[in-house]
Ligand binder design. Structure first.
Ligand code: ATP
Length: 893
């Protein structure tokens, strides 16, 4: 069925050939077709096979060195050492493999949260379904910003144009029609078809699904829509480059040590080789890249659980440096649950009671229930709001259900309260045509005819757009010439209370008119009245705005609403000064310099079009800001792309906006942006913490070996023992830092300067400071034991245990980079830290007392007293680092 070239058939024939109807398919038929055609999805991108991923774990310099070491020990028939080295290499590869798999899995799960939806007509009803459930023959509705979910033969269009650059490379939108084209027409000119994966840029359309999944054009050329995410960010890439560079440098140094030790210190070649390997193993931070990746993946997962879904990983880093958040108002700062609170007609003003969409409430004039019979204009306003409307409100078993634009649902609720019966009204005054609402022109108009064929038009929209189109006003049942001052004053009054104001107007149309054009509503209308709709601010958004301000992040509101409404809502939310509001008009008049100046002092922008949004982002960036910007419409895409963290709405956002964004808010809520900023800062902190934890340990191990060689002594820790320490601490202690919750002060410090180097002077100081303590402790205790006559095996067992215990204590310090950890929170609010410490201690007990381990690592059981000394010495790092934090608080910032 899907093999035909549908574009050379007329719309009716295509419908018939696909055995469908304008009302869509029946439920049983859908199930049958699903069996035949399967789900509407493309095969997943080819992933690296598990074997390949495992093999890749061995592809690094350190592993080559270790394998060479294993070969050397084997040639010397030192089988135990060979076995340990190979064992550690394999276990490390396994751990890396598992961690990487988990991180990839986490990201895939998050990408799955963004699966596209489609609006279809099935069995006569409009429903929204996951796009992958479409089958050939389904009737799909298209709106601006939609990503087309399958290949469709168009059945009806209104000014539909589509961006097909994905398929054809042509960046200009293509106009679409329903007329069939010849069979030999090339893909780009088959104007009655739209292709899966392309984007609706303008207009509306209805089409029938002709091909799904791999049978679509995009499936056929098997290019994938979803980007395959690489698990990295610029910062991680820089760190990985650094680690690679460090590895090379250390290997060079190890080679030098080998040569130097062999010629000048008279060590045997084999001893010296093993010492050089030990140095390489000690100094190379082999666990760091994996820990940073897992920290990133855990952070991104945590953001998703707080409703911020990251589409582009580098955004995670940028979030920590955001200095300005530009937010939409409706639905993001407010609930987007509109309710009509007031009505103004020429001869009467009404207050509307009741809350939410529940249509129980009254129309009051003063304190009295209004007798609407005496004021027919009230009923007319309610009717206009009901009929010039695409939303739905109906009673289900469990209460009132609504669908569509909340502004319009509120108007249906009003109609109920005014005593109108929606189904009856719709039947009595059927709709012949519509100009749907669009943010660019801010109105909606419908053409109706009554049963005797008389035509008329309703127009509803923003008062500034509707009023100039009205020459008359409805007054005492008559159309009088309009009193603009009166309406302006009423509008100002409603808007000053933070209400969204809609004007409703009427015009007689000719009986024969079947289509509604923009020209038809250009003028000559009669204004019926105004409605004021309240949309309460979200309490959590008010709180989040305050938190952002504390965190040095300025919040700006950019809204399509009226200036006075925006100002009033801004005041309630703590945004702006209650005075300064810039509107589209004034923005258009400003040149770029003036705008750059103005954006610094103004926080509320009203009646702003998407083009001006783009200019605002540019102006803010010009001032050195790092900008997060929200958006939902198809025209918001350029501003979202331009912003440092483009943020699309998950619920009311279009696919075009989501595709352009770095982050998507699952709940459209401003509070989730603040949460994302907090998590972004935390991820950065945690990456810093893992560096701060791992590097001093490596440095200390290396220094111990270098010092021993320089002093011509036996190594306090052998190469295989270092392998052991690094392996077990990486999967326990270092990993626990990836789970660190946000620090308490994380939203009380200013945003991070994006130019700041990760290895700041402070970080380098801390690394050197801690490494020095560790070297002194480990070497000191080793020498002391030797001085007491302990065997080399015994003293080495002490040295290894001291090193691990040092790390356990130092892990506690590292939980907070800047703040002291001596508090209940500081010590205990990350359970993973304690699990890690207990686990690593158990491993050390095995290492020390379990005979097979004694054989593998040449360890010896040590006394309780020795443990006492180890704990005492290793606890010193905790005390000293806390003292350092106390003495150098300014330094540490
Ligand atoms: P924000 O930008 O704060 O999120 P918004 O996107 O909801 O606000 P728009 O949807 O662009 O703002 O609405 C702008 C104006 O258009 C509103 O102030 C209102 O006057 C008018 N308007 C909104 N919805 C409708 C509708 N369904 N029909 C007619 N006019 C509408």
């Amino acid at each position: 069925m899907t093999q035909q070239p549908w574009y050379n058939l007329s719309a009716e024939k295509a419908l018939a050939a696909l055995s469908s109807t304008p009302d869509g398919l029946a439920v049983e038929e859908i199930a049958r077709r699903r069996e035949t055609y399967g789900f509407n999805r493309l095969p997943p991108p080819a992933r690296r096979s598990a074997l390949r991923r495992f093999a890749e774990q061995f592809n690094n310099l350190l592993i080559y060195v270790l394998l060479a070491a294993a070969a050397v020990t084997a040639s010397l028939t030192e089988w135990v050492d060979t076995g340990v080295i190979i064992g550690v290499v394999v276990i490390n590869a396994l751990i890396g493999f598992i961690q990487e798999g988990k991180a990839e899995h986490a990201l895939e799960a998050i990408a799955g949260l963004l699966s596209p939806q489609a609006v279809v007509k099935r069995g006569g009803r409009l429903i929204t379904i996951p796009a992958e459930e479409l089958v050939p023959g389904d009737i799909v509705l298209l709106a601006p910003g939609d990503r087309i979910p399958a290949d469709l033969r168009l059945l009806a269009v209104r000014d539909l144009s589509v961006d097909e650059s994905l398929l054809t490379g042509e960046s200009l939108p293509v106009d679409k029609h329903v007329t069939a084209v010849a069979e030999d027409t090339v893909l780009a000119e088959r104007s009655c078809m739209v292709w899966s994966g392309t984007l609706v840029t303008y207009g509306q359309g209805t089409g029938i699904v002709a091909a799904t999944g791999s049978a679509t054009e995009i499936g056929r050329i098997s290019r994938l829509l979803a980007d395959v995410q690489t698990l990295t960010t610029p910062l991680l890439r820089r760190m990985n480059d650094f680690a690679r560079w460090l590895t090379g440098a250390i290997l060079g140094l190890a080679a030098l040590t080998f040569v130097g030790g062999y010629f000048w210190r008279d060590y045997g070649a084999v001893d010296m080789f093993m010492a050089a390997v030990g140095l390489a193993v000690a100094a190379i931070p082999e666990g760091l890249p994996a820990i940073m990746t897992i920290t990133l993946a855990i952070g991104v997962q945590r953001m998703a659980s707080r409703n911020a879904i990251i589409r582009q990983l580098p955004a995670v880093e940028t979030l920590g440096s955001v200095t300005v958040i530009c937010s939409d108002k409706t639905g993001t700062l407010t609930h987007n649950e509109m309710s009509v609170q007031g009505i103004v007609a020429k001869e009467i003003e009404l207050r509307v009671t009741g809350s939410g969409y529940d249509p129980h409430g009254e129309l009051l004039c003063g304190e009295q229930v209004c007798e609407t019979d005496r004021y027919p204009v009230v009923e007319e306003i309610a009717r206009a709001g009901l009929l010039c409307n695409d939303a739905d409100l109906h009673q289900a078993e469990d209460g009132w259900r609504h669908a569509g634009d909340p502004t319009e649902v509120a108007l249906i609720t009003l109609a109920h309260k005014a005593g109108l019966e929606p189904d009856f009204e719709r039947e009595n005054w059927p709709r012949t045509d519509v100009i749907p609402f669009a943010a660019e022109y801010r109105y909606m108009a419908t053409l109706h005819h009554d049963h005797s064929g008389h035509g008329f038009i309703y127009l509803k929209g923003a008062p500034e757009v509707v009023l100039p189109r009205c020459a008359f006003q409805r007054e005492a049942g008559e159309d009088e010439s309009i009193d603009r001052d009166f309406w302006q004053a009423s509008l100002d009054h409603l808007a000053a209370q933070g209400q969204r104001v809609l004007a409703l107007a009427f015009k007689v149309a000719s009986d024969t008119q079947r289509e509604l054009d923009f020209d038809d509503v250009e003028g000559g209308l009669t204004l019926l009245g105004l409605t004021g709709l309240a949309d309460p601010p979200r309490a959590e958004a008010i709180e989040a705005v305050a938190r952002c301000h504390q965190a040095g992040v300025r919040v700006k509101m950019i809204t399509g609403d009226h200036a006075a409404t925006a100002r009033a809502i801004g005041m309630q939310m703590g945004i702006g000064d209650g005075e300064n509001v810039l509107t589209e008009e004034s923005l258009c008049r400003m040149d770029d310099d003036a705008l750059q100046h103005a954006v610094e002092d103004t926080d509320v922008f009203a009646r702003v079009s998407p083009e001006q949004k783009l200019r605002l982002v540019q102006a803010l960036q010009g001032n050195g800001h790092v900008v997060a910007m929200t958006g939902d419409g198809v025209n918001d895409a350029p501003a979202l792309k331009r912003a440092d963290v483009g943020t699309a709405m998950g619920l009311k956002g279009t696919d075009a906006a989501k595709q352009a964004a770095e982050m998507v808010l699952a709940d459209d809520n401003f509070a989730s942006i603040a949460a994302a900023v907090e998590e972004g800062r935390t991820i950065y902190d945690n990456i810093k913490k893992s560096i701060l934890f791992i590097l001093p340990t490596n440095a200390a191990e290396a220094m111990v070996i270098v010092a021993a060689i320089l002093m011509g002594r036996l190594l306090p820790i052998t190469a295989v023992q270092i392998l052991w320490v690094n392996m077990i601490t990486a999967v326990t202690l270092a990993l626990s830092l990836a789970f660190e919750p946000p620090e308490h002060g994380v939203m009380r410090r200013p945003p991070r300067n994006p130019g700041e180097p990760l290895l700041s002077r402070f970080l380098i100081w801390r690394i050197v400071f801690v490494a020095a303590i560790l070297v002194a402790g480990v070497f000191g205790l080793f020498l002391w034991e030797r001085g007491q006559g302990a065997s080399i095996e015994y003293a080495r067992t002490i040295a290894v245990n001291t090193l691990v215990m040092f790390e356990a204590f130092y892990l506690l310090n590292t939980r907070y980079i800047r703040e002291p950890v001596l508090s209940w929170h500081g010590l205990f609010d990350n359970p993973y830290v304690w699990i890690a410490i207990v686990t690593v201690t158990l491993f050390q007990l095995l290492y020390t007392y379990f005979p097979p381990m004694q054989l593998l690592f040449s360890t010896q059981p040590i006394t309780l007293e020795a443990w006492g000394r180890i704990v005492l010495v290793s606890a010193s790092v905790f005390v000293l680092v806390e003292l350092e934090k106390f003495m150098l608080p300014g330094h540490s910032r």
